[in-house]
Design a protein around this ligand. Structure first.
Ligand SMILES: Nc1ncnc2c1ncn2[C@@H]1O[C@H](COP(=O)(O)OP(=O)(O)OP(=O)(O)O)[C@@H](O)[C@H]1O
Length: 248
């Protein structure tokens, strides 16, 4: 049984046809999986179901052996918009989940500093969000999601608004931290090369069903050179063909 197990799940928004249609999927502990698919195919809905933000109509989802009926304290979330609190410093934004639960301890501050150092923000601890670039704000959001060392991370197009180089840097940061923490990850993206670079396994969704899946046979840690290897590009092309010629 996987760390996250999705078994024959169906979901409809009221008044709509089937948005998620008998999907089964498993993510083993510590694995990084990406879900790709065209706009409107159901990716975000699937992530919300897996994360307990929506309830399945039929089927069962379990996380670490527990049936998912609400968001788990074991899970962290990152969405496309960083949604930082403007009146709090970078450090206080990262520590927010800890402070909502109780008193912030020295070890929490130490860990937040380590995360901010890993994502290249050691010099910005006392800055406010408005003083940061979009990429820096995304880094803060990732550090915030990881500060309680969640065993599962759900990320919905977290890098969509960023330029290509910043995006690549953040992909490496995310892989590094998830490896350190042995985090299991479900990551949604439109970007085929991002999915290939990040993933142990990729699923392609179309009209609410998983129509293709593949393991990614690249060594870890990933390197810039791998992005230009023939295997990498052949896999991107294969996935592109599966997704068809329409706009992503
Ligand atoms: N709250 C809602 N109420 C009704 N229908 C919704 C709601 N949210 C999404 N939908 C519909 O469900 C379908 C799947 O939407 P979803 O956001 O899961 O797709 P997506 O693959 O994540 O799209 P994108 O890549 O554009 O973010 C779409 O047809 C969308 O219009």
């Amino acid at each position: 049984m996987g760390f996250l197990t999705v078994n024959d799940v169906t979901y409809n928004y009221q008044g709509k046809g089937s948005v998620i249609n008998r999907v089964s999927w498993e993510i083993e502990e510590g694995e990084f999986h990406c879900l790709l698919g065209k706009s409107g195919c159901g990716k975000t809905t699937f992530l919300k179901l897996a994360a307990g933000l929506l309830q399945v109509d039929t089927g069962i989802i379990s996380l670490n052996g527990n049936i998912v009926i609400k968001p788990s304290p074991e899970a962290g979330f990152v969405f496309q918009s960083p949604t930082l609190l403007e009146w709090k410093t970078v450090m206080d934004n990262v520590l927010l989940p800890v402070s909502l639960r109780g008193k912030v301890k020295g070890k929490d501050i130490e860990y937040a500093m380590k995360l901010l150092d890993t994502v290249g923000l050691a010099d910005y601890l006392q800055s406010f969000p408005a003083q940061l670039s979009g990429g820096q704000q995304s880094r803060v959001a990732i550090a915030r999601a990881l500060v309680e060392q969640p065993s599962m991370m759900f990320l919905d197009e977290p890098f969509a608004a960023l330029d290509a180089i910043t995006r690549e840097e953040l992909q490496d940061d995310l892989l590094k931290i998830c490896k350190q923490q042995n985090t299991t990850v479900l990551f949604i993206t439109h970007d085929i090369s991002e999915a290939v670079y990040l993933s142990d396994k990729i699923a392609v969704m179309d009209q609410g069903s998983i129509v293709y899946d593949t393991a990614v046979d690249l060594a870890k840690p990933r390197t810039v050179e791998m992005r230009y290897s023939s295997y990498f590009n052949e896999l991107c092309l294969k996935i592109r063909q599966v997704m068809g010629g329409a706009r992503l």
